[in-house]
Design a protein around this ligand. Structure first.
Ligand code: FPP
Length: 253
């Protein structure tokens, strides 16, 4: 199966089944209130809860959140520690509810480099939700799109070196199965909050044909209403995946 097979049909799209979000603006939210940057992060977790709760009702099946990038280790140690603490707190307080509600949790990104207690808790979240299939929540944590592509390339190189596959066997589908998003559909819609318009090393391969929206709202202020607005904007777009829509093909012969 190629990536295009997993995407929605060409032309006017329906609800985006897979929405990916760059949750930007926690630091600015706090600074605007004269507070230390990291005070914005717990407010960001409140926004995560609102969106995870609302997304299934809005027709979304896969939700992928960019929580901590491979580059975020460069932030002050206190802020990094706060994000680690909040991830653990979120799993500890919300995991039972996620299990009950049929949410399957998957953490994208490199496990090595995570503090052992964080690695343990993300494994627990994945293990306890492994059999769920109502809604799929991916959290990109210690994730970088380039690092993920490099890791997949290494995995493929190992298979070639071992003689299990030949270079000609490497197709789009073969390669993308080795990304940490392997098996997921590619995102239909990528939302980045705070008005910034960058991908920042998020889902570089997977977002090749995604639609993008950039709402001018800081992540802690993001509500289900903003999510619905993003979906409405998505529905106005015309997805072509590099081809043409059927009407144009007919019109031009
Ligand atoms: C972006 O705002 C926010 C982050 C990089 C951290 C997001 C992480 C959490 C909310 C906590 C842990 C995650 C989970 C899943 C519970 P920013 O600090 O880059 O804002 P700025 O651009 O205004 O500085």
């Amino acid at each position: 199966m190629t990536i295009a097979d997993k995407e929605q049909p060409k032309g006017a799209p329906d609800v985006p089944l897979h929405v990916a979000i760059v949750m930007d603006g926690n630091g600015r939210w706090a600074k605007r209130r004269g507070l230390p940057r990291q005070v914005g992060h717990p407010k960001g977790v409140d926004a995560i809860r609102r969106v995870v709760e609302a997304a299934p009702d809005q027709g979304i099946r896969w939700l992928t959140l960019y929580a901590f990038s491979t580059e975020n280790w460069r932030r002050p140690a206190g802020e990094v520690a706060e994000v680690m603490r909040l991830l653990k707190l979120y799993v500890n307080s919300d995991l039972d509810k996620l299990v009950r509600e049929g949410v399957k949790v998957r953490i994208l990104g490199r496990r090595e480099g995570l503090p052992p207690d964080v690695a343990e808790i993300v494994e627990r979240a994945e293990r306890q939700t492994a059999h769920n299939d109502k809604f799929f929540l991916q959290v990109a944590f210690n994730y970088g799109g380039r690092a993920d592509i490099v890791d997949a390339a290494r995995a493929v190189a190992v298979e070639v070196a071992a003689g299990r596959i030949a270079p000609e066997d490497i197709t789009d589908a073969f390669f993308e199965d080795r990304l940490s998003t392997g098996g997921l559909p590619s995102p239909d819609l990528v939302i980045r909050t705070s008005g910034e318009q960058r991908l920042s090393n998020f889902l570089l391969w997977e977002s090749a044909y995604s639609e993008f929206v950039f709402p001018d709202v800081l992540w802690p202020d993001f509500t289900p209403h903003h999510l619905a607005e993003g979906i409405a904007e998505f529905q106005k777009r015309e997805r072509r995946y590099g081809g043409a829509v059927a009407d144009d093909v007919l019109a031009t012969g």
